[in-house]
Design a protein around this ligand. Sequence first.
Ligand code: SAH
Ligand code: SF4
Length: 416
Amino acid sequence: MPDTNLMPIAGHDDPVTTPRDVTPRADGRVDLVGLPQERIRELLEAAGLDVKQAKLRSKQIFHWLYHRGASEFAAMTDISKTMRPWMEERFVLGRPNIIEAQHSTDGTRKWLLQTDDGHDFEMVFIPDADRGTLCVSSQVGCTLNCTFCATGTMRLVRNLTPGEIVGQVMLARDALGEWPKGRMEGLDAAEDAGHYTSDGRLLTNIVMMGMGEPLYNFDNVRDALSLVMDGHGLALSKRRITLSTSGVVPMMARCGEEIGVNLAVSLHAVNKEVRDEIVPINRKYGLAELLQACADYPGASNSRRITFEYVMLRGKNDSDADAHELVRLIKQYDLPAKVNLIPFNPWPGSAYECSEPDRIASFSNIVFEGGISAPVRTPRGRDIDAACGQLKTSAEKKSRADRDREAAAAEAEASA
Ligand code: SAH
Ligand code: SF4
């Protein structure tokens, strides 16, 4: 069994992560997905190519892999036919394994995925009239235990590798048939390397809002997103990528500096008492520190606002007084902000109810009247459990059922 890099739930301590760029594979080959060009070059050299060849081939592989979406060496037409089997023996161009793909009546699609070492995670695609958003996971489970979130109840956590993170975006492009079709003339890919535009595309935006806390897996998320944003890679503009954090204050400045994507903050409450309860990381990094880090977020401006996510929990955080306090706080810190009101999605065993529609409307109006945009998010993909915070439940049920079946089959075999 390969090293699965599992972390027990670390309570409210920041988990210690083990940096690792490649998930070990049972067949000994190295998966190149998630690696930058320089690392691919090093691996080619270590496998025996001379310096010049390694440089040339790494550039070709990078282009085919991330810009054109090749999933096998056979597709790399400018690499000689004799060299392709040599590469196949040593390397793979993997995708996360698909356990199940579901399609909602509203067009939302959800994939239950699995790492090579057997951990389930999920990815959701949400099409809208003017955009298509892919909701990407950063961890299997989450070490933080927000009381309204199903992911927070998962027992085991492992950071996803850069390959498993960028692999989700690549898989979505596979499924949507959206890899650029351009030619690759020798190595001059200039006309091919333009930015991936939203014109006529389904997948236009990415949100790091799937399972996990992305700022607790900072290095891997940064490395994966740099491949997504690389003009010679997946070429998606940083303006179309949003990272959501529950408030890992010490990592927020680095997020702005080193990743540079839009920031969303899961605020959910406006005073210490309630936020301590529902977003327990608040006991470690309080509201004042969090809002100051938002005020200091590199790159935030009136044209690139910070999004405050606010889940509507009946009788908990949804009063008119809470709405007024939210406006006051945003003004006090002079934040270029918008608010996203998320109707709570109940899951089996959850202890909350969603606020009534007229309560949500009243809350939204007060924030709007304060001069801050506060739309109510429409829940999507409810029929396939794809809505916010539901990602884990069905996955875990499935995998447990699968495991039970496997165990029963193994037992039957052993006793036969
Ligand atoms: N861990 C990160 C990103 C993943 S959660 C974070 O907390 O920001 C993405 C968003 O979904 C967060 O705002 C989270 O609070 C919200 N969410 C989680 N469970 C939910 C539920 N049951 N109903 C509505 N929103 C939920
Ligand atoms: Fe983790 Fe975010 Fe869920 Fe909180 S809301 S438990 S930080 S995934």
